[in-house]
Design a protein around this ligand. Structure first.
Ligand code: HEM
Length: 222
């Protein structure tokens, strides 16, 4: 049986996207530790971070995560280019429901902004913590790498606070549309289910965007 390439790419985007959505909830829950009083947060955040780095299962999940980010980006690019080739002339008026909402029409630009955020974020944290690139990370009293200090220092730079908080707007919009789109691509067409899905996607997007958006502000004032 021959699989339609567009069907395959769209399904891959949906599956990798859903996996990334799941990661964001886990990542946000962990980062909520940063909202605790400073020294409590330091101990718990660093202990959690050490556990993550030393757990073999988490290491496998982390590779799946990197692969998902890469595949999601590549398939988004391929689908966009193929769509442009198929419709080189822009329609003057487009009435389809799918295109009627701003986020759905701008998934490309929103995705690029999210990608820019992720690259800068990985340079700030992941490259320093996991690859040892840049300024060396110190240790806390318990002997864990002091990732809390990295976060605390970064979020005491007002430009990073603004960057992290503002970029959560395109992330939220991207997630709101993306979550609904992924379920539809995977064949979820139940009428009442779609109404529920729209509400769940909205709540999910708000929780993620507001959650990640307020952490830098709270840390800034700690
Ligand atoms: C307040 C906001 C955030 C904070 C404080 C934060 C903090 C961190 C830290 C400390 C790490 C390194 C973990 C370690 O290896 O020990 C990390 C990794 C990562 N973050 Fe964030 N993060 C935030 C928001 C986000 C957002 C919004 C995204 C995605 C849109 C994201 C995506 C990632 C990814 C993909 C990794 C690499 C994961 C891994 O290697 O296991 N983060 N983050």
């Amino acid at each position: 049986m021959k699989i339609n390439p567009l069907f395959f790419r769209k399904n891959m985007m949906a599956l990798t996207g859903l996996f990334l959505c799941l990661f964001l909830i886990v990542h946000l829950s962990a980062n909520c530790l940063l909202l605790l009083p400073k020294e409590t947060a330091r101990g718990l955040y660093n202990a959690y971070s050490t556990w993550l780095r030393e757990n073999p299962l988490i290491m496998i999940i982390a590779y799946a995560l990197y692969l998902s980010i890469i595949l999601h980006t590549i398939y988004a690019l391929v689908i966009t280019i193929r769509n442009k080739q198929a419709k080189p002339v822009k329609y003057a008026v487009n009435h389809t429901q799918e295109n009627s909402r701003w986020a759905s029409q701008n998934m490309g630009i929103l995705g690029i902004l999210v990608l820019i955020f992720i690259v800068i974020h990985l340079v700030n944290f992941w490259a320093r913590v996991k690859l040892g690139i840049g300024e060396e990370v110190g240790y806390d009293a318990a002997g864990n790498k002091d990732i809390y200090e990295v976060t605390y220092t970064l979020f005491h730079n007002v430009y990073y606070v603004i960057f992290y908080t503002l970029l959560m707007i395109p992330l939220g919009l991207h997630l709101h549309h993306g979550l609904q789109s992924a379920f539809k691509t995977l064949g979820f067409y139940h009428k009442r289910g779609l109404i529920l899905l729209a509400k769940v996607s909205l709540i999910y997007a708000i929780v993620v965007a507001v959650g990640f958006g307020i952490i830098p502000i709270v840390v800034y004032f700690q």
